[in-house]
Design a protein around this ligand. Structure first.
Ligand SMILES: C[S@@+](CC[C@H](N)C(=O)[O-])C[C@H]1O[C@@H](n2cnc3c(N)ncnc32)[C@H](O)[C@@H]1O
Length: 262
């Protein structure tokens, strides 16, 4: 069984709404409204172990998943959430050893998922126009221990993509249609282009740009996630839900001309 070591991150779990991503260090206390815990007590214990606070409240030390790291990112921008990231990752088909271009980096939430997928031999090249957002993303990626798989690039991706022969290009930015031709040039044959956009207008302009280039398998989807309350005689969808996040458009580069039947 994997045990917790000095310097490891754990997700301290009290309940669904109260979780804390903390670094374990000998002699370090972590204070909550339920009392403080001695993080050093976790050293040598397996993940999942309980940790009892000074007020006798029981926490559990979980091994942080990529989704925990995404949800705990320090944020200066809207971020992508697991509902969209999960689907988007499958569409992109990225895996170990792949080279992926991303824009904009934003707070680096998607960057973390991409970096985790391409390690240990791949690389994420992530473009961001706003240096202060890039700074925050850098902290988030660093905290996740994934910086060696990410090159953060400051600049306007609508002016071009430096990389060639990449496996995938993924966009979450205001003007994706201005990047479609650069993405096509940067992709390897069969490489995947994915764009996330909150509005239909962005999607229409992006798909129009895609249709002017040798891409096939073009598709736009919206994902709706409903959480279910499970309790005796009350099992049903929750009354409150996230109504809209965005649309995901996918296309695959082909070599030579297409008949644009797509
Ligand atoms: C919604 S945020 C991306 C959030 C990111 N996917 C995440 O999960 O944290 C959009 C980002 O795109 C950046 N951006 C907008 N236009 C850009 C451009 N032309 N080149 C590079 N970045 C751009 C913005 O500054 C912003 O940080």
């Amino acid at each position: 069984m994997e045990t917790i070591g000095e310097g490891d991150d754990v997700l301290l779990y009290l309940d669904k709404k109260r979780t804390y991503l903390v670094r374990v260090e000998a002699g370090k206390q972590f204070h909550t409204h339920k009392g403080y815990v001695e993080l050093g007590d976790l050293i040598g214990k397996p993940y999942g172990s309980p940790l009892v606070s000074s007020l006798a409240v029981r926490f559990h030390a979980l091994k942080p998943l990529v989704r925990d790291r995404i949800l705990k990112t320090d944020r200066r921008t809207q971020i992508l959430y697991e509902k969209d990231i999960g689907y988007l990752m499958l569409q992109l088909g990225v895996g170990s050893g792949n080279r992926v271009v991303e824009a904009g980096t934003g707070s680096g939430a998607l960057t973390i998922a991409l970096a985790d997928a391409v390690r240990p031999d791949g690389m994420v090249y992530s473009y961001e126009i706003n240096p202060s957002f890039q700074n925050v993303a850098s902290g988030n990626v660093e905290r996740a221990g994934l910086m060696q798989y990410v090159e953060l690039k400051e600049g306007d991706v609508t002016t071009g993509i430096d990389e060639e022969d990449v496996d995938a290009v993924v966009l979450d930015m205001a003007t994706p249609w201005k990047v479609v031709d650069h993405a096509h040039a940067a992709l390897t044959g069969g490489g995947v282009f994915v764009s996330f956009s909150p509005t239909i207008e962005q999607v229409m302009k992006t798909v129009s740009a895609i249709k002017g280039l040798p891409f096939v398998d073009v598709e736009t989807v919206e994902l709706i996630l409903r959480k279910i309350t499970v309790a005796e005689n009350k099992t049903r969808p929750q009354t409150q839900m996230l109504g809209h996040s965005g649309y995901i458009t996918t296309a695959r580069k082909v070599l030579g001309l297409t008949n644009l039947a797509l």
